[in-house]
Design a binder for this molecule. Structure first.
Ligand SMILES: [Zn+2]
Ligand SMILES: [Zn+2]
Length: 284
């Protein structure tokens, strides 16, 4: 009888959770809740990433400014990761790239720094239906500003499912706490970082342990501006050891690190700046 009741409640729970856009995932002990059984494969469609805001130039006609923002398409929901520092630049670049604010379902803000969170309010003014995922460490006033616009703010603590195959790592590190985006694909995991303040090697290690599988691509700011050659090379060695296949470092990675990554990853290096589009279908 107990067993029948258990099965009943598990079935009920699965029915309630199924299809929910924002499903918090327990981070308790025991079986890794984010590692799916082998039979439950990720969607075969591969996502594309468009860098809508970056301080590195890439495509002519777009404005460069200090900060980072990148849009993920081809997943269950269209997700904007970070919003750059200036809403005007963000919206102007999006328009030039043919991306309308109404296309965006969710925004994930990596951390509190203005060069990542600064464009959010301008974007929400254009589309208040966007669900905003903020690290739980954000002040109430920040969340209040989002809600004042009529948008929904979700506080992220542990790892959270944003939509099918798209997750937040949960807030990592300290001062500032930062979340990264994880996308599970048929070719491996993709990790998007804002500034990687908690340290990119630690983030990749955590994602591998927690989500399982190989890492197809790491993209975003790697926070190595001002780091010495030895420190950068140690990061490269560690990422190679973690079997990261492709890297698209931008924003706060710094020119020296970008050059060293290019030399080390060769065809696995993707030159990135504002306007770069990565179609992961072409990655091996
Ligand atoms: Zn930054
Ligand atoms: Zn930062």
């Amino acid at each position: 009888m107990d067993r029948i009741l258990k099965v009943f409640f598990i079935t009920l729970l699965l029915t309630v959770c199924n299809g929910s856009f924002m499903q918090a995932v327990s981070s308790g002990s025991g079986t890794n809740p984010l590692t799916r059984p082998v039979s439950d494969k990720p969607s075969p469609q591969m996502p594309t990433f468009t860098f809508v805001y970056d301080n590195n130039p890439y495509r002519e006609g777009l404005e460069t400014a200090w900060g980072f923002s990148c849009i993920v398409k081809g997943t269950d929901k269209t997700v904007l990761f970070d919003t750059g520092g200036d809403g005007k630049v963000l919206l102007a670049n999006m328009e030039k790239l043919g991306i309308a604010p109404r296309e965006i379902d969710a925004v994930v803000i990596s951390h509190i720094h203005g060069d990542h969170a600064g464009g959010l309010n301008s974007l929400l003014r254009e589309n208040r239906r966007i669900v905003t995922f903020l690290p739980g460490s954000f002040p109430d006033s920040f969340r209040g500003d989002v809600e004042k616009q009529g948008a929904k703010a979700v506080s992220v603590h542990g790892p959270v499912k944003i939509c099918d195959d798209v997750y937040s790592t949960g807030k990592l590190g300290t001062k500032p706490r930062e979340q990264s985006l994880v996308i599970r694909t048929a070719k491996g995991l993709i990790i998007v970082t804002g500034c990687a303040h908690p340290g990119i090697v630690g983030v990749v290690r955590m994602v591998r342990e927690r989500f399982g599988g190989e890492v197809l691509l790491v993209l975003g700011g790697l926070h190595l501006t001002g780091s010495g050659k030895g420190e950068i090379e140690a990061v490269i060695t560690a990422l190679k050891k973690l079997e990261v296949r492709h890297v698209a470092p931008c924003h706060c990675t710094g020119d020296t690190a970008r050059m060293l990554f290019k030399q080390a990853f060769r065809e696995g290096f993707i030159d990135s700046g504002v306007g770069t589009v990565i179609d992961t279908e072409s990655l091996r």
